[in-house]
Design a protein around this ligand. Structure first.
Ligand code: HEM
Length: 508
């Protein structure tokens, strides 16, 4: 009897929840008269994301393909409405023209529970603006030029570690090698430590770097689309071990440099300047110490959070980009020969690998851009509406708090923008072809005031890795690697599911 009553109560409760969700909570877009994708109780439209049936990039790619003609359309992430924007003019409005109405991403950020989440990607409003202004001088070409020697050294170490493998013509998993190379670069420049990952593939730096990127689909989706839930319950997003490891390394090395008056030309030095003075010394101009910028010094934890985000934002993205370049070049030997010819000529002209030499390699730049087009490491962009506005040329009224998603993978593989989109063709980035396209159809680094702050560094890091390898080795596709790749469903960054295996042999 009791059991029967209980079952009845549960059934009635479920019917009430279902009806309330379907007809009240999921009524938002219908009421607003905006085209939307029919949701399902209780996950809205993101059921396949939560169960890792598709990756985030593929999920929004599929939506783009089906509904792009609506220019903007509604979906639900759980019960929360989310506006997906596919039209390049509307994208420009959100990212740039109406930036004041969309200046935040709405990502998880809780400095009390998770101090390392107080970084540039996640911060919002004035805090973000102040920090962005402070960090911008960190990424000038002058500053990157000063760090070039570190990148070059890592490139050389990568080559010497692969020399013996190349002699036997063996296969390598190239993403792992670029991951080790990127970890050594960012550990050295932002944390002031030689992590030796190129030599020791499985050390603690690699371990914690990988742990940071271990995907837990449910928590990742929750933190990206409904971070309020984590903040409300004071649930930390970052693994405790990751926070401890990166904070301690940063803290120890800052102390060491300060105690021994060590000055190196790297990110860590610039972050120390932000802690001690509140600003980064410009490359050539003397700064007035009493100027208003000399306030708001960064605390140690705030600075550590920035070093951490340089790692988090720069390590996977740059190594993925270099990996996909080699994956495509291994399939098209004529393109590989062409890029090698450019590399050889420019290295010969400069006598060695220099910052200027790398920047003269225009074909290399096109190859990297084509890789970023076909495989954008960050496949979507996010914004939150920070002040209500009607999207120009539409009757879509966007209220404060509305989440916006921009499906980059969809745009960059749209055949009406990039004909034959699966073809890897660097000539798409010839000047005339770029000029003929809408500028908001190539967005691997985002756009507007919140564009990637590290894009210049990301390019140089990728180029040094590729030039170092391609000047010495030839790459071919190993049969173990599929064409096309199978995308890893669990990874937010666009990545190949089972890695990318190439055979490597000496060039000369
Ligand atoms: C190929 C390499 C890279 C790619 C494809 C990439 C991509 C992106 C994208 C798509 C965004 C979001 C932009 C937006 O919302 O409009 C972003 C933001 C950011 N990236 Fe990168 N990134 C790369 C390398 C780097 C590197 C090397 C660093 C640092 C050393 C870095 C640091 C950041 C930071 C701090 C932000 C947040 C900027 C802000 O909100 O003000 N990125 N990146």
């Amino acid at each position: 009897m009791v059991l029967a009553e209980l079952i009845t109560i549960v059934i009635v409760a479920l019917i009430i929840i279902y009806t309330y969700s379907k007809y009240i909570l999921f009524n938002y877009w219908r009421k607003k008269n905006v085209f939307y994708v029919e949701p399902v109780v209780p996950t809205g439209n993101i059921g396949s994301l939560l169960t890792s049936k598709v990756s985030v990039g593929e999920f929004f790619y599929d939506l783009y393909v089906k509904y792009k003609d609506h220019r903007a359309f509604g979906i639900y992430t759980f019960f929360k409405p989310n506006l997906v924007i596919t039209d390049p003019d509307l994208i420009r409005a959100v990212l740039t023209k109406e930036f004041k109405n969309f200046h935040d991403r709405g990502f998880f950020c809780n400095e009390k529970v998770d101090p390392l989440t107080g970084h540039l990607i996640a911060l919002s409003g004035k805090k973000w603006r102040n920090l962005r202004v402070k960090l911008t001088p960190t990424f000038t070409s002058g500053k990157i030029k000063q760090m070039f020697a570190i990148l070059k050294l890592c490139g050389e170490e990568l080559v010497s570690s692969l020399e013996s493998v190349a002699q036997t013509g063996d296969r390598i998993e190239i993403k792992d090698w670029f991951g080790r190379y990127s970890t050594d670069i960012i550990m050295s420049t932002a944390f002031g430590v030689k992590s030796n990952c190129i030599e020791e593939g499985d050390n603690k730096f690699r371990y914690w770097g990988k742990t940071m990127f271990e995907e837990h689909p449910f928590w990742s989706v929750l933190s990206a689309f409904m971070p309020q839930v984590l903040v409300f319950f004071s649930i930390p997003f970052l693994d405790r071990g990751v926070t401890k490891f990166f904070t301690q390394i940063f803290q120890n090395n800052v102390k060491y440099r300060q105690t021994h008056n060590i000055v190196k030309y790297d990110f860590m030095n610039l972050l120390i300047q932000l802690m001690e003075k509140g600003y980064v010394e410009p490359d050539d101009v003397d700064i007035d110490e009493s100027s208003p910028t000399n306030i708001n010094k960064l605390t140690l934890l705030e600075a550590a959070a920035q070093a951490f985000v340089f790692f988090a934002a720069g390590f996977e993205t740059a190594s993925t980009t270099a990996t996909f370049c080699l994956y495509e070049l291994a399939q098209q030997q004529d393109l590989q020969d062409k890029i090698c010819k450019e590399i050889d000529e420019i290295l010969k002209k400069h006598g060695e690998l220099t910052y200027n030499a790398v920047n003269e390699m225009t074909y290399l730049h096109k190859v990297i851009n084509e890789s970023l087009r076909k495989y954008p490491p960050v496949p979507i962009l996010n914004r939150i509406c920070t002040e209500e506005v009607t999207l120009p040329t539409t009757n879509i009224h966007v209220p404060k708090g509305m989440a916006i998603t921009i499906p980059i993978l969809g745009l960059q593989r749209d055949p009406s923008i990039y004909p034959d989109p699966d073809k890897f063709d660097p000539e798409r980035f010839n000047e005339d072809k770029v000029a003929a396209r809408h500028p908001y159809t190539f967005l691997p680094f985002g756009e507007g005031p919140r564009i990637c702050i590290g894009s210049r560094f990301g390019y140089v890091q990728t180029k040094v890795g590729l030039v170092s390898l391609l000047s010495r080795f030839k790459f071919k596709l190993d049969p173990r690697t599929t064409v096309p790749i199978i995308i890893d469903k669990k990874s937010f960054v666009l990545a190949a599911k089972d890695g990318i295996y190439l055979t490597i042999e000496p060039r000369k």
